[in-house]
Design a protein around this ligand. Structure first.
Ligand SMILES: Cc1cc2nc3c(=O)[nH]c(=O)nc-3n(C[C@H](O)[C@H](O)[C@H](O)COP(=O)(O)OP(=O)(O)OC[C@H]3O[C@@H](n4cnc5c(N)ncnc54)[C@H](O)[C@@H]3O)c2cc1C
Length: 432
């Protein structure tokens, strides 16, 4: 009997646990370890920040759902990984041995790279907010309610080194919609400040017509923007930004005033993972091969935001490549098949397709993109806007949370609807 330990119960970790359980049956032991005792549906956090969702609507207690599937759960952070002894330490003192380790720990939010950045709860400067976690989104909402009594300028965007740009656009448009509904938009100048070289780059070198469509949307909504923006520090009510030219020289210095700000930080790997010798790149992301396996440790696999993916292209201000939900699930599918195959004495050769599919809400409308594969040139490359995306995103939230409750990692209708669109999770062969 093998013991498979999954560290991190987020968008990648929960489906990983279910899919591994489904493929391995009860013959093997599975344990999930997560820093918190609840699962949060991260894509809904921007809605929490404007009060369109309550915390209880997008979080779930993990233990009962995993236990129902015969999966053990430990609600403590992993504090150390001894990859040569096949052992992790949980909560500082509890040792857990494993045969296979699956790392799905998501990002460490690296606010400290820009002095003054980060919400108060993160221990950063406390001058900018984030919507990366449900706690941060609630912190924004608390400040937003005070802000509404006496509104002023807002700055939204992404810090140097950021890789997850979609939610920054989403949040700018959601906030715009919320303020318009409240008839307060005329009192709130919004500036979008981003490390991307142009609007709509998204860390992907653009997708279809994303540049002109997102620029047009921003113009229609009276938003200003600064691209190639290297935010160097934040003080109370002021963002200091060096705008670079295409060669990386400073084109203009800006001091952008704000009353409320949400700036997505750069991501790093979490400390316990980053500390493992030879496992990670210098930013603490797990280096994997095409089968999602660590290049240094044969019994460690990894999926999600915590894996190392090179940037799609070099940009004047550093940007990274986003790892979106469906891409993460394709990584997870490959891991489950590879562990199952290896335990059955077969070679592990499943590969995720890493297709980038994203639904970005814009409050009253939305934008969807599909980039197959994610690095250009692509076979499928489209970016479309419409109210249907806003509705699809709401449906997706309900659907994903239901999937987590039911413990079914790839329900049959998902498999066949997406397959009809030419989107499959595993590159190798279409496995059952
Ligand atoms: C605000 C926001 C909105 C997004 N919206 C979308 C979207 O609409 N569509 C889309 O496709 N993608 C979206 N993404 C991108 C991506 O899908 C999410 O970031 C997703 O949550 C990443 O999944 P993950 O499993 O890698 O990490 P996470 O979901 O963050 O899960 C990581 C888990 O690991 C746990 N953990 C961390 N460290 C430890 C430790 N030491 N020990 C134990 N547990 C630990 C955490 O508590 C967490 O539960 C969004 C990202 C953000 C930040």
């Amino acid at each position: 009997m093998a013991h498979i330990v999954i560290v991190g119960a987020g968008i990648g970790g929960m489906p990983a646990a279910y899919e591994i359980r489904e493929l391995l049956g009860k013959a093997h032991r599975i344990t999930v370890v997560n820093s918190t005792d609840y699962f949060q549906f991260v894509p809904s956090n921007p809605w929490i920040a404007v009060g369109w969702r309550e915390r209880e609507q997008i979080t779930l207690p993990i233990a009962p759902y995993l236990e129902r599937k015969g999966i053990n759960f430990i609600a403590k952070p992993v504090t150390a990984i001894d990859a040569t002894a096949n052992r992790i330490t949980v909560g500082g003192d509890q040792a857990v041995d494993y045969d296979y380790l699956v790392i799905t720990t998501g990002p460490k939010l690296s606010f400290s790279e820009v002095p003054g950045a980060g919400p108060v709860s993160s221990g950063g400067g406390g001058f900018t907010h984030s919507v990366c976690s449900v706690d941060h989104a609630q912190e924004f909402f608390a400040d937003y309610q005070k802000f509404l009594e006496n509104p002023g300028p807002v700055v939204i965007g992404a810090m140097p080194g950021a890789s997850c740009f979609g939610p920054a656009y989403e949040f700018a448009f959601i906030l715009d919609t919320d303020l318009r509904k409240r008839k307060l938009r005329h009192k709130v100048p919004i500036t979008y400040v981003t490390s991307e070289p142009y609007i709509g780059h998204l860390g992907l070198g653009g997708v279809g017509d994303s540049k002109s469509m997102l620029e047009s949307e921003m113009r229609n909504r009276d938003m200003k923007w600064i691209t190639n923006a290297k935010t160097t520090k934040v003080e109370a009510g002021k963002l200091f930004v060096s705008e670079l030219d295409d060669l990386g020289n400073v084109r203009k210095e800006h001091e952008v005033g704000f009353k409320l700000s949400m700036m997505l930080p750069a991501f790093k790997g979490v400390d316990a993972v980053a500390a493992v010798p030879n496992l990670c790149n210098p930013r603490g992301f797990v280096i994997i091969d095409e089968f999602q396996r660590s290049k240094a440790y044969k019994n460690i696999f990894s999926a999600g935001v915590c894996v190392a993916i090179p940037p799609v292209e070099v940009t004047p201000v550093a940007t990274g490549t986003p790892k979106t939900g469906y891409m993460i699930e394709s990584m997870v599918g490959a891991i489950a098949h590879n562990i199952a195959d290896e335990l059955a004495g077969k070679p592990a050769e499943a590969k995720g397709t890493w297709n980038a599919i994203c639904l970005a809400d814009m409050g009253d409308t939305g934008a969807a993109f599909v980039a197959l594969p994610q690095i250009p040139p692509r076979n499928v490359n489209w970016f479309k806007k419409g109210k249907w995306v806003h509705l699809a995103k709401i449906a997706f939230e309900k659907y994903f949370l239901r999937k987590i409750r039911k413990g079914n990692s790839e329900p049959v209708y998902e498999k066949y609807v997406l397959k009809a669109l030419g989107i499959v999770r595993l590159a190798q062969k279409d496995r059952p």
